[in-house]
Design a protein around this ligand. Sequence first.
Ligand code: HC0
Ligand code: SF4
Length: 570
Amino acid sequence: MVNLIIDNKEISVPEHTTILDAAVQNGILIPNLCYLKDLNEIGACRVCLVEVEGTSRLITSCNNTVKEGIVIHTNSPKVREARQTNVELILSQHDATCAVCVRSGNCGLQTVSNDLGIVDVPYEEKLTHDNWPKDFPLIRDEEKCIKCMRCIQVCDKIQDLNVWDITNTGSRTNVNVSHNRTIDQSDCSLCGQCITHCPVGALRERNDVDKAFDALAQKDKITVVQIAPAVRAAWGENLGIDREFATVKRLVSALRQMGFDFIFDTNFAADLTIMEEGSEFLERLGRAEDKNLPMFTSCCPGWVRFMKSQYPDMVDQLSTAKSPQQMFGAISKTYYADLLDVDPSRIFNISIMPCTAKKYEAGVSVLSDAGVGQDVDLVLTTREISRMIRAEHINLELLEEEEFDMPLGAGTGAGVIFGATGGVMEAALRSAYYLVMGENPDPDAFKEVRGREGWREASFDLAGSKLRVAVASGLGNTRKLMESIRSGESNYDFVEIMACPGGCAGGGGQPIEDGKELAEERAEVLYGLDKVNNLRFSHENPSVLKCYEDYLEKPLSHKSHKLLHTTQRD
Ligand code: HC0
Ligand code: SF4
């Protein structure tokens, strides 16, 4: 152990602990901006400076470790002055138009500046601009970038895609798409992890809120909204309400107040996906030859983009099943339009997703099959729906719980766990077991695929044959898994991949709480919802069964193939 004094407090911490960690562990807060534990410990912003007694230099506390007997001051006049100067210099290169920023009130730089009492920036403002494509789902505002390097680190170390890099040096140091490429030339998966790790508003999703309000205002439009599994575990986070209070039923109630005509659940389509994808898997498994295994899940557009750019030769191993978002879009503009007896062109489909890549997915033409433009007209992230709720001045505390509309509002516990890494696999195994054995397994029989670390594998016995499955989340983990499959080191029958660490619960469109990874906490909410659901098997979803009975006939039918599958990946 190392003994030291921080702000007159005698403390003792293990060797190699950083000064910042030592302080935090002892309840002493040191402001910082670029620091992210185990990811970005480079002292780029120089906000976490501290003074070491007896030396003339100030040092960054995030990347300097403790030494026996040192005496540290985290907030001496010298530290305060230097910290203030450093923040003022950052502000001189940052477009601080906070009133019109999506991160206003939730911005690391704003907090640090306010806490330091900065009301004036004595340096000349030097902003740089670039021409970012305004329609791209991921937007980078060059003028707001504070060169903290977090986006570079998360994209390199966690996602292993190296989309971002440092350009220029010295005072002209900047961050931009690597290798002088434009964003559309890069291999960006659109996972949005750079957004959720940006401390300011330099990275964000395309703002589609106004289009949603426009659709709500058009009287001839029938607005149909679907809520993705992972959204229900996070939507209240930036709205000042507790997780326990922010139930999906209260979100339904808020959306109804906002004027959406029909409020449905993506879980319905997740259950439908299991019927189709599970049947496809069993069909492939049963082939005498040309099984094309492992079959990969195809519901995460970040992963599909990654597959297309990094492993194009393996693309035909993706399941042909479309994602639940797209299945929902197709079904609502065909089957449901028939039920309503309306022209499907009047239906305006909005999906609320924890995801930035879903904005791209909705626009992929080969994924729209209802014949009236895009099957999903607009995708809003969890953050965007939170902004709409605020814009509507909804008094959240007064919200009562309300039910989804029917029939597309019915979802099972198997559908809800799609939002956590391993959930699609678990749901698929529950139903595959039933389809093969003719009886339900224990719903928790396939729990082994839950978790977060690296990639996980498991094998299960299915009617006497061994089924080998693997699950990965995060594209860095995915690359390792893919290399292992490619080299023949690993052999699986079925593989689930989600681009975001922890799956959609940790999606790039989820609320941001700077410095916190909330995927696990949110996944717990989803597993809790599964546990208490009366129905825990996709093949027991009454609305899905009715949809087959009245419309689709059976999984993999001609109609199902037309509306719910694709062999093209654009
Ligand atoms: Fe997901 Fe989905 S689980 S990708 O993560 O499959 O976005 O939540 O909606 O489509 O259902 C995201 C979340 C979904 C889809 C579902 C799948
Ligand atoms: Fe989107 Fe979920 Fe995939 Fe992340 S894991 S890119 S949130 S679908």
